[in-house]
Design a protein around this ligand. Structure first.
Ligand SMILES: [Mg+2]
Ligand SMILES: [Zn+2]
Length: 182
């Protein structure tokens, strides 16, 4: 079985600019390519999991999401890095789907697709919903302080699902995992 590092998109691998009305707004953090390259070199699976309810709300469509992901893939390629999987929940929050984080549906799908041991895997994200997703799937959750991370941490001091680790950014999170800190 494989281990995986699941990564949230907005605020974690790239800036959170709110609803992505235009792919031109998309900006990948400078350390993301090198961080994902380290995951690739480690033999762990690098998997993107993102809630994009803007599709279900009718703000933009799936082609717009794919356009953003083409920008991300191109940026990663510059660093010789790649994602092994990309999972997107496009549903409206009221739709009651099982893939919208904090539901574990995207992780469970990846588990089936890539034979992943979720109990030895991680979710890195800038919101407590990412941490809760990790715990709902039996994985560990790492909060980054980019995106909404800092304000989420202040808001959720007493939240039931506390991160297993809090770090500055994605590459620090990846280094912590690969160095066996968690
Ligand atoms: Mg986020
Ligand atoms: Zn969904």
């Amino acid at each position: 079985m494989h281990r995986a590092i699941f990564m949230d998109r907005d605020g974690t691998v790239s800036e959170d600019v709110g609803y992505m009305y235009h792919a031109g707004l998309y900006k990948v953090f400078s350390w993301t390519g090198p961080a994902i390259r380290k995951i690739n070199d480690s033999g762990m699976k690098a998997v993107l999991i993102t809630n994009q309810s803007g599709v279900g709300r009718g703000y933009f469509d799936e082609a717009d999401v794919e356009q953003v992901h083409r920008i991300l893939h191109a940026e990663l390629a510059v660093h010789g890095a790649k994602l092994d999987g990309v999972y997107v929940c496009v549903h409206h929050p009221a739709a009651g789907c099982d893939c919208r984080k904090p539901n574990p549906g995207m992780l469970l799908q990846a588990q089936r697709d890539m034979n992943i041991d979720l109990t030895r895997s991680f979710v890195i994200g800038d919101k407590y919903v990412d941490i809760e997703t990790a715990h709902n799937a039996g994985a560990k959750g790492i909060l980054v302080l980019t995106g909404f991370g800092q304000q989420e941490r202040e808001k959720h001091e007493r939240h039931l699902h506390q991160p297993d680790l809090v770090v500055q950014n994605l590459i620090e999170a990846v280094d912590s995992i690969l160095n066996g800190v968690l």
